[in-house]
Design a binder for this molecule. Structure first.
Ligand code: NI
Length: 387
């Protein structure tokens, strides 16, 4: 049995944290449209006596807690947005909005940080420096963090910390590592144009299905043959469409995919090799191939000293359960914050109690968490500040 030392102040408000999480879960909002959630956050922060600013990064909320003693300003961040997904689980706090669901745990992130804010606001006199609570919209794809930064949420901040609940690991574990923890997440669309014709008379045509076949195979060689095998990269084609009927030679094929890397060098290498392969395959078959490549979030790269602080705080709460090097090729817009200032993004094990490992993945329609993990996350936030 692992020894877990939830902070007593968090233990006393654990029901309130769970209630907040369930309330937000029941009322999911997408992207920048997090009006109700942001309203709830602002109201609670004000009731704790914080200096609250709303409308930061369009619909984000920032709360400042000025401690009684001099010291640095530490930011703690949560994201508030949900996903376009129909919830299929059967819980009492199931989403009441069709096609919207908190399937990534951001409801929990918001609830944990509010819990920590309440506890810390009661310890104001003992706090050395200030704490800035950042609640951002639009983490899922639209990069809400960039808008928060543009609106000055990092001004005067020395370090920033963010937590993600993590259903791939169980309660009582915390994943922390220095360096890259999440990848860059770029998107691309490829269009192949050829010359259609009768399926029985391929002469004189440029068959886009055949071109696509070669292109798919060639693109797989970027990861297997061009990038260093000791450095993780991904090139995925997630969708392909084209053609008209079984006896018609296709005059157009479209492909959609994502590229992932932990370093800017590999990111650029993938992009460059993709273009070279596209041009080469186009020349080989006489097709016209174009690509629309869009840079997504940069890789999330934790800073050493902030990682040490997060690890120390985590060890105080879950002991030996802290420090597993969780790492994934997923993307996070927390990366924008730690491109600007030192910080650490880490993972709180939250797999539902009794579930099979990996059986409740993030972004799935029956996503849920072990709500005890909210106490862990809130306690680590408090520990980070109080030490
Ligand atoms: Ni998420």
């Amino acid at each position: 049995m692992k020894s877990i030392n939830i902070r007593p102040e968090i233990e006393t408000i654990k029901d309130e944290i769970i209630e907040t999480r369930r309330d937000i879960h029941k009322h999911p909002e997408l992207g920048f449209e997090v009006h109700r959630t942001a309203g709830l956050v602002a109201e609670k922060l004000k009731s704790y006596g914080l200096i609250v600013k709303t409308g930061i990064g369009k619909t984000g909320v920032v709360g400042d807690l000025v401690g009684g003693q001099p010291g640095p300003t530490i930011a703690l961040r949560a994201d508030m947005d949900a996903l376009s997904l129909q919830e299929t689980g059967d819980v009492s706090y199931k989403s009441i909005h069709d096609g919207k669901m908190h399937a990534c745990g951001h409801d929990g992130h918001t609830a944990m940080l509010l819990g920590a804010a309440k506890v810390l606001s009661e310890k104001r006199d003992q706090i050395k420096g200030s704490v800035r609570f950042i609640f951002q919209p639009a983490e899922e794809g639209e990069g809400g963090a960039r808008y928060m930064i543009e609106d000055g949420c990092l001004d005067g901040v020395d370090e920033i910390y963010g937590i993600h609940l993590w259903d791939y690991q169980g309660y009582g574990t915390i994943g922390i590592k220095s360096g890259p923890v999440l990848a860059s997440a770029d998107m691309f669309d490829i269009t192949i144009k050829g010359i259609g014709g009768h399926g029985a008379a391929p002469q004189g045509t440029v068959d886009c299905i055949v071109v696509a076949g070669h292109l798919i195979t060639a693109l797989q060689t970027i990861v297997s043959r061009n990038t260093d095998p000791l450095e993780s990269t991904v090139v995925t084609l997630g969708k392909i469409e084209g053609g008209h009927n079984f006896n018609i030679i296709a005059d157009e094929v479209k492909m959609y995919g994502t590229a992932r890397a932990y370093t800017e060098e590999n990111r650029q290498l993938i992009k460059k090799r993709m273009q070279e392969i596209l041009d080469g395959v186009a020349a080989t078959f006489g097709a016209v191939i174009t690509m629309d490549y869009e840079d997504g979030y940069p890789p999330t790269i934790n800073h050493d000293s902030a990682t040490e602080n997060a690890l120390k705080a985590s060890k105080a709460i879950v002991g030996e359960g802290a420090g597993f090097p969780y790492q994934s090729m997923g993307g996070e817009d927390f990366s924008y914050y730690i491109q600007k200032i030192p910080g650490c993004f880490f993972f709180i094990g939250s797999a539902p109690e009794g579930s099979e490992p990996m059986s409740v993945p993030h972004h799935c329609s029956h996503f849920d968490i072990d709500e005890r993990s909210l106490r862990v996350g809130a306690s680590v936030f408090v520990e980070l500040i109080m030490g």
